[in-house]
Design a protein around this ligand. Structure first.
Ligand code: HEM
Length: 180
């Protein structure tokens, strides 16, 4: 998993709780690198799972709640660090429509070893999109947080649902714009 994901998580803990809390979490997670992440490094996904386990114990929040909240925060950081990938995207549906064939393609050029999920577009109408999300990591809660983060960023209001499919690691995500 790309370092920017870890550095952003640590920044979020420092900002939303405190630098001392972020340090405590990293110490308790007992990581091989002692929590010394760089944005352009790559680290095992198991490091993220270890940090999440510590956060579940310390905050009483579920993994789903933590991943969702982190996704919301992460979108602002990713879109801020790489504003160019957002060019021409007017609504969150445009962002989702272009993840597989544009945004994540640009991301792969920046970070060749990024382990990106796929978001195949199943259908798109002016106010609703249906995507098939596929990832070995099953991070659909992170995806939901990223979607709401994108909606906040673009000033849209959306509702969304996620349904598992019969295929492992594959989910249908439906996002609808609410009229404003
Ligand atoms: C609503 C918009 C977006 C959604 C739903 C989305 C979804 C995701 C998800 C769910 C992951 C976690 C990996 C996995 O599931 O296996 C991910 C990873 C990532 N995404 Fe996106 N993404 C969005 C927008 C962006 C944008 C705007 C950028 C811009 C730079 C970006 C860059 C990345 C990067 C760098 C990773 C980490 C890859 C790795 O760990 O190796 N994403 N994305």
């Amino acid at each position: 998993m790309l370092g920017i994901v870890f550095t952003t998580l640590v920044d979020m803990l420092e900002e939303k709780v405190s630098p001392e809390f972020a340090d405590e979490v990293l110490v308790e997670a007992n990581l091989d690198n002692d929590g010394a992440f760089t944005a352009v490094g790559y680290y095992p996904f198991s490091d993220m799972e270890k940090i999440l386990t510590v956060l579940i114990n310390k905050t009483g929040q579920s993994a789903d709640e933590l991943l969702y909240g982190f996704g919301e925060y992460l979108f602002g950081v990713l879109a801020g660090a790489h504003a160019e990938v957002m060019t021409g995207k007017m609504t969150v549906l445009d962002v989702l429509d272009s993840l597989d064939n544009d945004i994540h393609v640009q991301v792969r050029k920046l970070y060749p070893d990024a382990d990106l999920p796929t978001f195949a577009v199943l259908s798109r109408a002016s106010n609703v999109i249906e995507l098939e999300y596929c990832s070995q990591r099953n991070l659909f809660k992170l995806a939901e947080g990223l979607i709401d983060g994108a909606a906040n960023h673009l000033g849209n209001k959306v509702s969304h649902s996620v349904e598992p499919t019969d295929t492992p690691h594959t989910y249908i995500i439906r996002v609808e714009m609410e009229s404003q």
